[in-house]
Design a protein around this ligand. Sequence first.
Ligand code: HEM
Length: 454
Amino acid sequence: MAAPVMDTSAIPHPRWRVPLIGDVIGTSRRTPVQDTMRQGRDLGPIFSRRFLDREIVFIGGAHLTAELSDEKRFAKHLALGVEELRVIGGDGLFTAYNEEPNWRAAHDVLMPAFTQSAMRAYHPAMVDVVGELVGKWDRGGVVDVSADMTNLTLETIGRVGFGYPFDSFRREQAHPFVRAMMGSLRHAQRKSFQFPLAAKLFGRAAEERYRADVAYLAEVVDEVIRARVASGPSADRPDLLDLMLASGALDEVNVRNQVITFLIAGHETTSGALSFALYYLSRNPAVVEKARAEIDAVWGEAEAPAFEQVTKLRYVRRILDEALRLWPTAPGYAREARTDTVLGARYPMRAGQWALVLLPLVHRDPTVWPEPERFDPDRFAPEAVRARAGHVYKPFGTGERACIGRQFALHEATLALGSVLRRYELTPDPEYRLRVVEMLTLKPEGFRLTVRRR
Ligand code: HEM
């Protein structure tokens, strides 16, 4: 559902706009987020970029982001890479259009799976998966952080959501599901920044691989569903799949779309958040020390922490908040006007017109975040949060279509980070410089740590 771009006559754009092709100088299909950050940094809170005949309006300022959070005036819009993902997730929660009836139906069926009491029920399985990570890291040596965080989070959503183990920590190589998922995310991202002619000339093989990847993802998910239908509902309490199958509210194709959506949305972003947190910890020994003092005080000698002991790790949680400020692993979302309106008292938007909130810029807006590049978890101390304007920190999106899995991600990540910090000395390679890889989501590339039992 392509909507026309808003009136950009009053909106700045990069200096070197080239006739016909637009603002493509200095742009790679591999790093659209970081390129746009670079180009937008000096252009102010709103700017546009043009790719051929398509112009996109970006929001990099905190106050316009807060305004776009007004649910009465604005709503989610499916743009660029997210719209591309419809091929994979169909009318699943993440990629459903606002007006599709299956969004409300699935949202209502799944909400009970994300309450506080649901998190309490998931806790033991999350502890088990962390135990598998620890089993691997106890051997010591050099570990590939992003790969192991992906193992951890995929395993967690697979088991907790669907009773389906991927055996991630028993494999030498990533599960084929992860490889197919990475391949299809990469393709979806590149496709949304590709010249149509280039796609025609060079794209056939890539397109075929994409189709094969998407078909494989669907195959795995059908297997997950078949296994559950054969075994009947899970014994202890209904998981996501039980809720969907028992509700009768969702058709077979939609259930498949939801499972695929949750397997992808439920792990890539959390894995990146943990990896960035570990990256910043590896360079901030004072933060590590403070976190360890908290973990020791709250967890004591407990072999495995209880649910409440995780929720009490307030400082560890702030480390994650701060990592998600600097590198929000879902780096943007689009908002469309519900009716004709004027953004920032200056930029007219007709109903349906949209802009893309670019979170890594929004979260570095110096009018809200002093010394924005500095890693400082205390920005999320309660008094600092109270002193800040609302709706300027949005790693989990906004409004009705905000992330349903926020508590799930934060519980899982706080538990994992607490466990790792308590158990290991983490030594980075002093030569490593942060490289952020983009596959619709963000994560550190090539980041390794040497781990040793404390
Ligand atoms: C640190 C981890 C996570 C981050 C940063 C994150 C971020 C986001 C963001 C920004 C959105 C809104 C996108 C938009 O407006 O277009 C979103 C939606 C969503 N997320 Fe997450 N997410 C995380 C973890 C999870 C987890 C663990 C799950 C599932 C267990 C999950 C499931 C979803 C779903 C299903 C939606 C669509 C919700 C709807 O439209 O009804 N996410 N997430």
